[in-house]
Write a protein that binds this ligand. Sequence first.
Ligand code: NOJ
Length: 751
Amino acid sequence: MPKSFFATILFLLLTHALKAQNMHPYKNPDLSIQQRVDDLLARMTIEEKAGQLNQLNGGVLTGPQAATDPGQTGKLDLLRTGQVGSFLNVTGAEETGRVQKIAVEETRLGIPLLFGYDVIHGYKTIFPIPLAEACSWDLAAAEKAAAIAAKEASAAGIHWTFAPMMDLSREPRWGRVMEGSGEDPWLSGQFSAARVRGFQGKLDDQHVLATVKHFAAYGAPEGGREYNTVDMSRYALWNYYLPPYEAAVRAGAAAVMNSFNIFDGIPASGNRFLVTDILKTRWSFQGFVVSDWASFGEMITHGYAADTANAVEKALMAGSDMDMESRVFQQKLASLVRSGQLPEARLNDAVGRVLYWKFKLGLFDDPYRYHNPTREKAALLADQHQQAAREAAANSMVLLKNEGAILPLGKNLKSILVVGNLAESQDEVLDFWKGQGEHRHTVTILAGLKNKYPEATIEFVRGYDKTNTFIAGDATVIRQKARNADVVVAVIGLHGELAGEARALADINPAKGQLELLNVVKSTGKPLAVVVQAGRPMVLTDVVKNVPAILYAWIGGTQHGNAVADILSGDVNPSAKTVMSFPYAVGQIPVYYNHYNTGRPHRDGNEGPNDFWVSRYRDIPNAPLFPFGYGMSYSSFAYSDLAVAKNSINQNDTLRVSVSITNTSERDGIEIAQLYIRDVAASRVRPVKELKAFERRLIPAGATQRVAFELPAQQLGFFDENGNWLLEPGAFRVFVGPNSRDVQEAGFVLK
Ligand code: NOJ
């Protein structure tokens, strides 16, 4: 080895050591993150600290514009003086890089910015809405979708997504059910953790920080009306609403977002019980809590804070850390701390939490690692991303009805008539939260069918317009074109802009004009398959009575139309099962499977003399139109021989249950077998069924397979109203089946 080699190594080591000595410790990558945070905090003025907790909107509005909005130039001036710690809605490697340069080079301490963005179901390649994705019961696929979204977003300068949204909801009138994972707390928690793992990965530069939102109970607004009051028992909060958030926190989510609603009369942003007692203390959450858009300031409107200073105090002292777009921290936080009205220790804690994640992302060591336009170009809409989005969409679409095996259509069709405006419009299946997805990249159902059947004649008739008014003149055209068609595919549902935030609907029936269209098609006597596109369960009672086949396609994202065609043709065998009950009528909402029994329960169909003074509707059934967990396949499955390994188990045991499932068809198919339990008598009433396990299994045609479930007895408990976990001995029922209704039943005792 030449001497000069050792000399060079020595030289490099010495210069490294000297540099490390001269550099501020917070810039030294050899120190621990905590040491670096502490050093930096000690160098910051109170104003600079407050600045780190100020997040401003730098792009399109995703909430109301603040009255004090200083405009883009004004915001960059605030940045230069250390008054901004994060931007939301600034996107693109170049643009984020340009703004980051100002933070790094023009502020006193050069603290890099965090760029946050709503990457909810994709960044440029748009995946199915999260509600649909949950209907796949495919956790690995959800993790992969989040990882792809993170890959695209991180390549475009984004460090941090405001997802997963884990607001459990029983309210299809609420527009934001599209973002959630349905009505079951345990299953939602599984998806919650999977998405956090997907977004954050090992937090290299291909991943982004995740935010679980909206904390807490935002999914239960009265009457489903957006931003409305939430009023529930703590017993319901602990058992139904908190578990999905907790799962994300346990999976390591970096951030939590406050919700807009009140809980126990106190707005969530200023709710110490939620933010400090539960989240930060009980769950030991180490990340930071960001407000929802302007939610700190809105505590004044709620009537909980008297003025701006009071709102700052209530938010900070509740444990919330960062102010998104209220500007109340910007206006008052520093002066309140300087005057001693608020403790600097709480400010330091909040800032320390934010800085921790900036260090963790490596931004102090390389602030530009997320701003590389070449990487951006290669990542966005990559072929593998499109393929994954297509598979995810097909796996999320629920076959609700298939009378006479109308579906699949097979590959030999010569002529298809497609009707319904939604089938052709590119504007309907990305929103809401389409990120940077572009409508022009969307594959519509019409385009998907043309791709699938290049040799067939495919005709399209609009049938209803953008306002859902039936186009009377189209009736004759439909009758005429149907004559030559092998099949008619009719697409109905809700326009894309009717899903998402601020999109509550009082009526979720299909529009009259769409039903008129279906009647015309029916009158042709041709085989008919209806595809429903919507971001929530609709009331399909009339449609179900009238048509033989219904595929619920939700909002499938960029590859929506190809995925629908994959299923209609039979290239993909549907396997999804709904994670929200489909109501029979709007007046039946909320309707959900895991309800309590009441003292006077009613079973539809029981009409004896003792069925009068019971909990029921006189005009409609109690059961939903389609229950939780329901979905068909082109295969058919039969369940038999349910067995519980031991009739009685102790608290440290594992409950072992098995069942045989036979694929009684001639097609291989995926079945999602579900296990529910019921605690028969307990110190608090328990739901009639609670999902505890499932198995998503490919079962070959004609085969019988034994599916085994294992459930640690510890998971048979529940929370009391104070959040204590109770595991109570006694009798349990266990149910296994293809959905929450059609189950086999057995029992066991917990000792
Ligand atoms: C308001 C929404 O409630 C929230 O989910 C979103 O992350 C923010 N706006 C930012 O767009």
